[in-house]
Write a protein that binds this ligand. Structure first.
Ligand SMILES: [Fe+2]
Ligand SMILES: [Fe+2]
Length: 170
């Protein structure tokens, strides 16, 4: 078997961002409930894996190196996304608010991705400037990603774990 392609951490995370943006664009253009649901499920799976590898591997490595407020906001933004992901997973295209939830999720992710990728000020730029070992982190992210992909494909996407919010019932 060929050696898996190794990307540095930022390249790997950016590739995930591009993939999800593409899936959101496909969802927006999609016709038919089956196609929409398949795309929404793929979006939820990709985002669940992506947020988890960032929270398990990348963000902890950024502690003390990246502006603390920005990092805290990133965790809260992830949790906001997870709430919508759980809603989308639990629902289906015949729900009144299904498309709206996917759209709002895409807008939230767009904002969050900007905060990560922004030049100079963004999380990735700050982390690189601080000298994080992006090759080693890239390998760690890739390994964790593969593990989670196999697990979720076998058992489905689990209920999201919120890091910054207490569960509220309204
Ligand atoms: Fe990200
Ligand atoms: Fe993120």
């Amino acid at each position: 078997m060929a050696a898996p392609e190794t990307l540095d951490a930022v390249a790997l995370l950016k590739a995930d961002h591009r993939k999800v943006e593409d899936l959101f664009a496909k969802f927006e253009a999609a016709k038919g409930d089956g196609r929409k649901q398949a795309l929404a499920e793929e979006i939820c799976m990709e985002l669940t894996i992506h947020t988890k590898i960032e929270e398990d591997v990348f963000y902890p490595a950024c502690e003390g190196k990246v502006d603390e407020d920005l990092l805290k906001e990133a965790y809260v933004e992830h949790d906001g996304a997870k709430v919508l992901i759980a809603e989308i997973e639990a629902g289906g295209p015949d729900d009144e608010f299904y498309d709206a939830k996917v759209k709002v999720l895409s807008e939230q992710i767009e904002h969050h991705v900007k905060e990560e990728e922004q030049r100079v000020e963004g999380i990735f730029a700050q982390a690189r400037k601080a000298g994080l070992d992006m090759d080693a982190l890239g390998e760690e992210l890739a390994a964790r990603k593969q593990e989670l992909t196999e697990e979720f494909k076998a058992r489905g996407v689990p209920e999201p774990q919120l890091k910054t919010m207490d569960e509220v019932s309204v």
